[in-house]
Design a protein around this ligand. Structure first.
Ligand code: DX5
Ligand code: ZN
Length: 240
């Protein structure tokens, strides 16, 4: 993954809202429909009140995660688990490209960020609606992605929390200041409640990578629904 600037918008399809009985097909279809990343939500019924999928499913999906041209698509793993470190090597071995975690779930945030990179993955830090960005203060050099939650983590299909726009603005300012100083770009991703009708103002607040679960998978694929939603999101982004 090359360094991206804010004009390089990416749609990360969250398979949390996909048909779990047909997950390989769903991954193929959503990438064929134009999604850029596969967003892989890992929940442990401990850090968040839901239970989803782990490294074995990531490994099983890895061969299905291909772009239309046959090259590997980015698997963007969002860990909502506590503790974090034990599971990081397993996801790296399972083919994850990006691994993000919540700072409250790690006793040693700096160590966990280093561990993710040591295993060859990009490292991301995730901010719940009430979590301050101050966790970034001394670790920008160790971060490849900042993920701003625009819902409380645990479930798909929730409504976008507008206050996330303020946090995105603040995160964008930090990323731009850091890029000006170092030349290195950090991705700014947003997760929760992203729809065709709000994606432009979310982009205007500074996000470049947009997780979309129910918006994409909620439409029937049979009649080109996934492609339709992805295209509409890109059209909206072109106006941002
Ligand atoms: C929520 C997950 C999200 C979720 C988003 O905890 O992190 O990735 O799938 O779903 P939507 O797009 O439906 O809000
Ligand atoms: Zn997520």
């Amino acid at each position: 993954m090359d360094a991206l600037n804010r004009r390089d918008y990416r749609i990360a399809a969250s398979i949390l809202s996909a048909d779990f009985a047909r997950l390989g097909d769903e991954v193929q279809h959503v990438l064929a429909a134009g999604a850029d990343f596969i967003h892989f939500d890992v929940m442990d019924n401990h850090y968040v009140p839901n239970l989803t999928i782990g490294p074995m499913v990531c490994k099983a999906l890895r061969p299905h995660a291909k772009r239309p041209d046959g090259t590997p698509a980015t698997i963007d793993v969002h860990l909502m688990v506590k503790p974090v470190d034990r599971i990081v090597p397993d996801f790296a071995a399972a083919g994850a490209d990006i691994i993000s975690f919540h700072p409250e779930a790690s006793d040693h945030v700096d160590r966990t960020l280093g561990l993710i990179r040591e295993h060859g993955c990009k490292a991301g830090l995730v901010f719940n609606p009430a979590t301050p960005l101050s966790y970034l203060d001394y670790v920008m050099d160790r971060i490849d992605l900042i993920l701003v939650m625009s819902v409380n983590p645990g479930f798909g299909g929730q409504s976008f929390i507008d206050e996330a726009l303020v946090k995105l603005n603040d995160a964008r300012a930090r990323i731009d200041a850091y890029a000006a100083r170092t030349g290195r770009t950090i991705l700014l991703e947003v997760d929760g409640g992203v729809k065709v009708d709000n994606i432009a103002r979310i982009a205007a607040a500074g996000a470049c990578t947009f997780v979309a679960g129910s918006a994409v998978f909620g439409s029937p694929d049979a009649d080109g629904g996934y492609r339709d939603v992805v295209n509409k999101m890109r059209d909206a982004l072109a106006t941002a």
